[in-house]
Design a protein around this ligand. Structure first.
Ligand SMILES: NC(=O)C1=CN([C@@H]2O[C@H](COP(=O)(O)OP(=O)(O)OC[C@H]3O[C@@H](n4cnc5c(N)ncnc54)[C@H](O)[C@@H]3O)[C@@H](O)[C@H]2O)C=CC1
Ligand SMILES: O=C(O)/C=C/C=C(\O)C(=O)O
Length: 492
């Protein structure tokens, strides 16, 4: 398939070869909802082939030194950077993300995802735990074949976030990209090949989640499953992992609070609130529930209205666009359904609330109030450009509202009071709490979701705890002491 001047392979990539599909599926661009072409679909047989290739490649890749793997992976990261223009136009066309934002942030982050873990793996090192009778030597061994399953809202960034640590630690992988935006991961496989990633180390099998994704999650030859997507699918993946007793890492949805206290820099808070509409709100980390202290609420609302009013909605390939389309007609209907039901329950539209004239899949950035805490619009993830607006009088009330959710992925706090930042940050139940900032990602820091937002922790060395078998070699201290006169295996 060709996207502008870029040739994009749409076959599977198994054992270093392009492989035709057992079926094919349509790929559409959300820009105008037109069909771009078809992509190979996968089935159980293709998953079997990919897992077999990955298992064979594990014998060499898993035994190579982290330094040797690092040489190849750093070249892979460089190929990603060098292909920024191609990757960003392909992903933008495929998933409707902003081309300039993908080029400026996502590609660099994708390269860093690979590079960071390549460097980190060279220093995993292990630990020595001295004990009175035994000395424990802790080593990290690659687990085997990792199944990686990723969503459409950030295919490159979220796939490389898994590929980096899995490959750097010595695992081989089978990646199942999102069927709604499979193209950039197809291109990624070619870049891995150009970088010298050996055949079988990185395999890509496209296809529908319920067929290809499920076959991958179910496969008994898999040693780890890392999944990013919805909680509903996360449950199915976890069930498959349980059947094979395989460790699973789940990064799921969110309904994060965005709390603004009266001491906050309101201009900064408003600018960051407007950013929650980026990617048309299809961001799991987005702070979608704005909670404003009553004394500054009106002023904050006006500032947010002004910032959002200045955002241009339209073709995501244009430099001046701030908000692009939703991923599909189904997602559009889903988002619209949430807004319609909230209105039927008494919410008013403070701004937005309907389709935008830019096209079929464009929805205006929307803010709804009043909303009751137990309503669907406050409790469920919309995954669209729809935020809710609530006010509070006391800090304790803000914390109660923030935590009254089944999710726990992220939270954003704006305050001018450092003690308050610490108090509230500690009290909020979420894997990541940003203070006076948003989406700053230090790859060495832990990344996780609490409650329905996930299972497991990745980031920094915690990623290696997941992608490795952490082994303890426990040696009797007395056995090998110099000069000892008897005992098995004593050196002379
Ligand atoms: N916590 C995080 O880091 C992130 C979470 N998300 C969440 O992802 C969701 C949106 O993404 P979607 O692609 O709609 O999610 P989804 O759960 O429908 O699909 C995610 C991936 O799982 C695959 N899949 C679907 N059914 C499967 C099955 N039975 N077995 C194995 N794989 C299967 C899909 O083909 C896709 O590749 C939102 O809930 C969002 O919050 C998205 C990005 C990041
Ligand atoms: O930064 C990460 O590793 C994950 C980010 C998740 C999103 O950007 C998203 O869901 O959109």
């Amino acid at each position: 398939m060709k996207i502008e001047t870029v040739y994009v392979p749409t076959d599977h990539y198994i054992d270093g070869k392009r492989v035709s599909g057992s079926a094919s599926f349509e790929v559409r661009t959300p820009i105008d909802n037109s069909v771009l072409g078809t992509c190979a679909g996968g089935n159980k047989d293709l998953i079997d082939r990919a897992v077999e290739a990955a298992r064979a490649a594990f014998h060499t890749w898993g035994k190579a030194s982290a330094v040797a793997r690092g040489v190849v992976l750093r070249r892979f990261a460089q190929r990603i950077r060098a292909n920024k223009a191609a990757l960003s136009i392909v992903e933008s066309t495929d998933n409707g993300g902003l081309r300039h934002a993908i080029a400026a942030h996502m590609i660099e982050r994708s390269a860093q995802n690979i590079e960071f873990f390549a460097a980190r793996a060279e220093h995993i090192g292990g630990e020595v735990v001295p004990g009175s009778t035994n000395t424990d030597i802790v080593t990290y061994e690659p687990a085997g074949v990792a199944a990686l399953i990723t969503p459409w809202n950030g295919p490159l960034m979220l796939s490389t976030w898994k590929l980096g640590p899995a490959l750097a630690a010595g695992n081989t992988v089978v990646l199942k990209p999102p069927e709604l935006a499979p193209l950039s991961c197809g291109l990624l496989a070619s870049l891995a090949e150009e970088a010298g990633v050996p055949p079988g180390v990185l395999n890509v099998v496209h296809g529908d989640g319920t067929v290809t994704g499920q076959a991958l999650a179910d496969h008994p030859g898999i040693s780890r499953i890392s999944f990013t997507g919805s909680p509903q699918t996360g449950r199915k993946v976890a069930t498959a992992a349980a059947a094979n007793l395989v460790p699973v890492s789940l990064e799921l949805g969110g309904k994060s609070p965005f709390v603004v206290f009266s001491s906050a820099d309101l201009d900064a808070a408003a600018a960051t609130a407007a950013r929650q509409y980026f990617n048309a709100g299809q961001v799991c980390l987005a702070g979608t529930r704005i909670l404003a202290e009553r004394s500054i609420a009106q002023s904050l609302l006006e500032k947010i209205r002004e910032k959002v009013g200045a955002m241009r909605i339209g073709d995501p390939r244009d430099e001046s666009t701030s908000i692009g389309p939703l991923i599909s007609a189904r997602q559009f209907e889903r988002v619209k359904g949430f807004v319609d039901r909230a209105r039927a329950q008494g919410a008013e539209v403070l701004f937005g609330g309907r389709q935008h004239s830019a096209g079929e899949l464009y929805f205006e950035p929307t803010l709804l109030a009043p909303v009751s805490q137990k309503s669907e619009i406050v409790q469920n993830e919309v995954f669209g450009p729809v935020l809710t607006w609530q006010t509070f009088d006391e800090e304790a009330e803000a914390i109660t509202l923030a935590n009254d959710t089944t999710f726990g992925l992220a939270a954003v706090i704006f305050t001018g009071d450092p003690a308050q930042a610490e108090r509230v940050g500690k009290a909020i139940v979420a894997g990541t709490v940003w203070v006076n900032s948003f989406f700053v990602r230090n790859l060495a820091a832990p990344f996780s979701g609490f409650r329905l937002s996930g299972v497991g922790v990745e980031g920094g060395n915690r990623s290696f705890d997941f992608y490795c078998n952490v082994k303890n070699l426990s040696i009797d201290n007395a056995s090998f002491q110099r000069g000892a006169s008897s005992g098995p295996g004593r050196p002379h």
